[in-house]
Structure formats: C-alpha cells, structure tokens
Design a protein around this ligand. Sequence first.
Ligand code: PEP
Ligand code: MN
Length: 340
Amino acid sequence: MIEVISGPCSAESEEQVFATASALRVAILPKNMCISAFRAGLWKPRTRPGNFEGVGEKGLPWLKRVQDELGLKVMVEVGSPLHVEAALKAGVDMLWIGARTTADPFAMQALADALGGTDIPVFVKNPTNPDAELWIGAVERLASAGVKDVRAIHRGFSFYEKSKYRNYPKWQVPLDVQQRLPGLKMYCDPSHIAGNGAYIQELSQRALDLGFAGLFIESHISPQSALSDASQQVTPQELSGILSRLVVKDASDSVSEEISRLRETINMIDDNLLDLLAQRMDVSRKIGQCKKAGNMTVYQQRRWEEVVKRISEGAVSRGLDGKAVQELYKIIHQASIECQ
Ligand code: PEP
Ligand code: MN
C-alpha cells in the first residue's frame, strides 16, 4: 500500500482546512493507495521575513475537527520544543521536521530532547543541502532520544542556478541514506522538489519506481489563492488524477529496483562528467584567448601528442580501453579547437 500524505502547505483558515480535508476524504484513490494523514503547516519556516509565517497554535483546533469529524490523522511541522509541546498536547498524530531545521544540529538536538519517548511517527525532511551525513545525524538524534518511529522525507536540495525544478532531486542521496539506515521508511515530497504542480506526476512516478514508501503532496482547495507555495499545490481532485495515473511496480521486483538504483548512479556520474566537460571547455576558451593574444596557432601538434600520451596512459592505468578513450578525446579536442 502506497501511503499518501496530503494537505495544504499552510493552514490558513478553518474553512480552507476543513474544505481541503473533506475533499481529500472523498477523493477517489487507486486501490493500492491511501491517504494516511492530512498535512498542514502551522508554523512556517520562511527563508525571508515578511512572508506568511503561519497561523500558529490557533490552527490546532481546526486540525482536531479534521480528526473528529473526518476521521483523518493529522500532521504538522515542528521547528522548536514549543511547537512540539503544543502539538503533542493537542493530540496531533504525526510530525514532520522541515529541511531548514534538519540542517541545524542544535535545533535537531533540542527537538530530539523535547520528543524523547514519543511513539507518534516523526518524519525528517532532508536538509536543504545534499548532505547525507547531516540527514542521518538528525535521524540518529531522534532515535537516540527515544523517538520510536522515525521516518524520512526526500524533498530535494536547493541550488543557485535556475532549473526546471525548484529543488534538485539528486535521488542518489535518499538512496544512500536508505542503504545506510536499512529499515528507515523513505517518503518523497514531489511538491517541494517540483515547485510547480505540473511536475508532480513525473517526480511521483520516479519515487515509486525507486521503491519509496509513500508520497507527501501539497493540496489546497483553491491553490491559486494559497498564502504559501501557491504554484506547487494541486486541488484534491487533481491529486486524485495524478495518483490514478501512477504505475505501482511489484515490490518483489527487486531486479528492476536494483537496475533503477544503478541507473540513478549512472545519471549522477554523467552529470559530473558533463560538469567536467563544461569546465574543460571554459579553460580551453581561456587558452584560446591567450593564443590569440600571443599570435599562436590554435592547433599545436606537440601539445596534442602530449595529451594523447597522457590520456592513453591514464586510461590504461584505470583499466580502460586506451584506444576507445583516444577516440573520445579526438572528439573533445576537435570541439576545443572549434571553440578556440
Ligand atoms: C513544507 O512542507 O511546507 C515545508 C516548509 O517544507 P520544506 O521544509 O521541505 O521546505
Ligand atoms: Mn510548502
């Protein structure tokens, strides 16, 4: 059974919370999926001040209504011992720890101390930077403090450049964490990776293909009027459509799961190779400028012979086929000459 946790980025009003939860309660789901909890942020960690920072404790009775009248479990984010105290007192069923908090060991320790001994599930989002150690450290702090049910959520990693997604998925990181902490249930939050409702489908499918235990997807009764993360929220009806189009693989299909993991590693290596090629081309361009300033020819036979000798020896010493690598270098060298 694939667990889906859904609900708005932020609880904004009792009406918005109740209308969203009611629509999720009746949403049609595939047989192998269930809404395991209703999420809503009460205390919102905002990167910059001045944005909507959540309604705080005022929203706890709204969630109680969702529990009592709709029979849904409810889940909020905690970032400090005060949040923990308020949430536990109000009988919240599950908690999550946000990406910015996971990145701070002091905050994590304070949360672990406040949560010690609880048996409600506590989900730890990855830190904003792709640091498996920091993520594992946060999980360990909770477990050592006596939190009995610790789980993890992959929500992608922030980076400076513009790209299709709001956060870079770097799937290898959650896969590594899972390998190092076998038994840790790993969920995926495609909403915060995507930053745009249009990409939730493809990211959710990827997560299922990689064997994630469940999905954490933001939904809002009226996404365009949401006070936070408006562009990535979908209506409960859209969520139902997304889930119905997902293909859930047979969990016993461990061969293809292994292939998916290995392919993800190949993709990471290819990304690194492309970064290196781009760096090489930048340096080559600079050399081109020097050659121009020094009135030198672009192609220099002696230097090329030196490169061929170096890379052939380097290839062989790494167990690679020297001839094949030489062929590859002919193409790289040609591209360099053309750019110079
Ligand atoms: C959230 O889930 O709304 C949230 C703030 O997430 P993150 O910590 O992943 O940014
Ligand atoms: Mn959000």
